[in-house]
Ligand binder design. Structure first.
Ligand SMILES: Nc1ncnc2c1ncn2[C@@H]1O[C@H](COP(=O)(O)OP(=O)(O)OP(=O)(O)O)[C@@H](O)[C@H]1O
Ligand SMILES: [Mg+2]
Length: 313
């Protein structure tokens, strides 16, 4: 059985370390964490008073899909943090907790995370578009003149790191040189090239399936034993990326967000953008849920219900 509509978890078996916007994080042991993706949803950087049924499953199963089904063909030696999908067998005592965590949790190796997010942008939009209009730059890097909103960067995707801001505040976009100063060239350059390569492979994969990954964000940890950089957190999901549908794409305008368009439109029309404690009507949430499920179907080729039925993890 898979539990849907999960707002928040409280496990008896494991100690809660923190709640992120979407994930509840538990300590499994000294070197491992359990990341539980709930169905919480945020828009314009603020959490809503709603849940989107299945969302946590979709985020976890998509991360799983990329890491184990798509990326290994191009990155056979990719180092990532996943130890096992699903709850830790030996630590979760009761069946009810196991059921709650199935398909939406993963045990990961705990790492010291690098202090910035590695964003790759294939198309100009969002804060990059605003900066470009004002200064002709993106994260301080000069860009060709005459770019249109939503256009693909003519020279290929660009690497644009950002420092994570506290909840409710805007992340700070930084120049890649600043990232190099923060952690040293060796690590910064490795994160930059790996992020770009991962994006390129994922972009191509998604494009064939009707989804444009306009931009995405990777987070890396540092393995102190091997000195490797490790892909951590979720990857290439609609929560850490901008997904557009190929059929709606048109250069020269703001694009429709594949996952949250109904939500964003409703919040904007009702003047509730970036406010806390907002509860959105059921029909808007239902449409948002349908979009998340459609993304899962397009990328994996599998209907979510079938995927959930075909194996617990
Ligand atoms: N292997 C790992 N080791 C340590 N921390 C990790 C690992 N993988 C992910 N994390 C951290 O776990 C958190 C995931 O929780 P969640 O996605 O809900 O957070 P968020 O809303 O994105 O951001 P915030 O942390 O600001 O709330 C992130 O802070 C991420 O950096
Ligand atoms: Mg996150």
């Amino acid at each position: 059985m898979t539990v849907t509509n999960l707002e928040c978890t409280t496990l008896n078996s494991l100690r809660l370390i923190r709640r992120g916007k979407v994930r509840d994080i538990y300590e499994v042991n000294k070197s491992a964490l359990l990341l539980v993706a709930t169905d919480r949803i945020s828009a314009f950087d603020f959490l809503l008073n709603n849940t989107v049924e299945d969302k946590g499953n979709i985020l976890t199963m998509l991360t799983n899909y990329w890491l184990f089904k798509v990326l290994p063909a191009s990155f056979p030696n990719l180092k990532h943090h996943v130890i096992a999908m699903g709850p830790p067998e030996n630590s979760i005592a009761c069946m009810e907790e196991k059921a709650r965590l199935a398909n939406r949790s993963m045990v990961v190796k705990k790492y010291q995370m690098f202090p910035f997010e590695c964003i790759v942008r294939g198309y100009i939009t969002g804060s990059a578009w605003i900066e470009y209009q004002e200064k002709g730059t993106v994260h301080g890097m000069p860009q060709p003149a005459g770019l249109k909103h939503g256009q693909q960067f003519p020279g290929g995707p660009i690497y644009t790191p950002a420092i994570k801001a506290p909840y409710g505040e805007r992340d700070e976009n930084i120049h890649p040189d600043r990232a190099r100063e923060m952690v040293g060239e060796r690590y910064a350059n490795r994160m930059e090239s790996l992020s770009l390569e991962l994006y390129k492979v994922a972009h191509k994969w998604a494009l064939h399936r009707g989804i444009i990954i306009a931009d995405t964000k990777f987070e890396f940890g540092h393995d102190e034993v091997t000195d490797d950089i490790i892909v951590a957190d979720e990857i290439l999901t609609p929560d850490c990326s901008r997904f557009w549908s190929v059929e709606d794409y048109s250069v020269g305008q703001a694009q429709k967000s594949f996952d949250k368009q109904f939500l964003c439109d409703w919040l904007t029309v009702n003047d509730l953008k970036a406010k806390t404690g907002v509860k959105v009507p059921d029909n808007v949430i239902a449409q948002t849920r349908a979009n998340y499920r459609e993304i899962f179907l397009r990328l994996t080729g599998q209907d979510l219900d079938q995927a959930l039925a075909s194996g617990q993890n």
